[in-house]
Ligand binder design. Structure first.
Ligand SMILES: NC(=O)c1ccc[n+]([C@@H]2O[C@H](COP(=O)([O-])OP(=O)(O)OC[C@H]3O[C@@H](n4cnc5c(N)ncnc54)[C@H](OP(=O)(O)O)[C@@H]3O)[C@@H](O)[C@H]2O)c1
Length: 252
C-alpha cells in the first residue's frame, strides 16, 4: 500500500521525529515548514521525502501552494492519504492586554487558519482515496486553561471543535469527507524548543511556569522520538478516529 503523509512543522521538534518515524514505517512524506530540515533523512527505496519551505502564517502563500500540483499530484498516486498538521506556535505568552498583535496574528494563522485551509484542501483533493486520515496536533491546553496562554488555548480548542464537526460530516455518505478518519490529538509534554520557550517565559506572563521547570528538572518530559512512535502507531491502528478528540497519553 502506498501511503503519502503531508506533515507540517517537520523541520524540528515533534515534526522532525515524526518524519523519521513515518519513513521508517514505509510512508512517503512531504514536509512543510519555513526552514528545510538541517539533516534530512534519506528516504528508503521506493519512498519519497520532499520538503517545501513555506510560512504557514501567510494565507496567500498557502493558497498558492495548495493550487499547485506538487501536493495534489502525489496525493492522487496514494492508496492511503494522511495529513498531519503539527506546526504550531505558543506565542504570544502574555496576559491579555499585553500581547503582541503580530505574534497573535501569526499564532492564529499557523494554529488555526492554516489548519483549516489544509483540512479543506485535503478533504477535496483526496476524494477517491479509500483510506484518508487527518491528525490535528492539539494540546492539553485546548482542554485546560492557563493564564498567559489564552491565544494558544483558544487556537488549540478551535482545532478540537473543528475535528468534532468534521467527524460528523465524515459520517454522511454524500459529504466530500465521507469515510475520513480524523483526530485532534494532544501529544503530551515533549522536550522540544517549544518547552524551552515555556521555561524562558517570565513568571508574571505565565504563572504556571514552575510546573514545567520541575518537569524538565525531574526528567518528566517525553522525548520527541517516543511521542512520534506512539502517534504513528495510533494513526495506523484500527481505533484511529473513533474519538475525534483524544490525548496520546491515555491511548495504550
Ligand atoms: N512541546 C510540547 O510540550 C507540546 C505539548 C503539547 C502540544 N504540542 C504541539 O505539538 C506540535 C509540535 O510542537 P513542538 O514542540 O515540536 O514545536 P517546535 O519545536 O516549536 O517546532 C514547531 C514546528 O512548527 C514549524 N512552524 C512554526 N511556525 C511556522 C510557520 N509560520 N510556518 C511553517 N512552519 C512553522 C517549525 O518550523 P520552522 O521554524 O522551520 O518554520 C517547527 O518545525 C505543536 O502543534 C505544538 O503546539 C507541543
Amino acid at each position: 500500500m502506498k501511503t503519502l503523509v503531508i506533515l507540517t512543522g517537520h523541520s524540528r521538534g515533534l515534526g522532525e521525529a515524526l518524519a523519521h518515524e513515518l519513513l521508517a514505517c514505509g510512508c512517503s512524506v512531504i514536509g512543510l515548514s519555513r526552514k528545510a530540515m538541517a539533516r534530512p533523512p534519506v528516504a528508503p527505496q521506493g519512498l519519497r521525502f520532499d520538503q517545501v519551505c513555506i510560512d504557514l502564517s501567510d494565507p496567500p502563500a498557502l493558497e498558492k501552494l495548495l493550487e499547485d500540483d506538487c501536493l495534489r499530484w502525489p496525493l492522487r498516486q496514494a492508496d492511503r492519504a494522511v495529513l498531519i498538521h503539527n506546526a504550531g506556535l505558543l506565542s504570544p505568552v502574555a496576559l491579555v492586554g499585553e500581547q503582541s498583535q503580530t505574534e497573535l496574528i501569526q499564532s492564529v494563522g499557523v494554529n488555526v487558519t492554516a489548519a483549516l485551509l489544509l483540512a479543506n484542501w485535503f478533504v477535496g483533493a483526496s476524494q477517491g482515496c479509500a483510506d484518508r486520515r487527518l491528525v490535528q496536533v492539539s494540546s492539553g491546553a485546548a482542554r485546560s486553561a492557563y493564564a498567559g496562554w489564552s491565544v494558544y488555548c483558544a487556537t488549540k480548542a478551535a482545532l478540537d471543535h473543528h475535528a468534532r464537526a468534521l467527524a460528523l460530516e465524515a459520517a454522511l455518505p454524500h459529504a466530500p469527507s465521507s469515510g475520513l478518519r480524523i483526530c485532534s490529538l494532544a501529544p503530551g509534554i515533549i522536550d522540544t524548543d517549544m518547552q524551552a520557550q515555556v521555561r524562558a517565559t517570565e513568571l508574571a506572563a505565565f504563572p504556571m511556569r514552575a510546573k514545567f521547570d520541575e518537569l524538565k528538572a525531574s526528567g518528566g518530559l517525553a522525548s520527541p522520538q517516543d511521542v512520534a512512535k506512539r502517534l504513528v502507531a495510533h494513526l495506523f491502528s484500527e481505533g484511529f478516529g473513533r474519538e475525534p478528540v483524544a490525548d496520546l497519553r491515555s491511548i495504550g
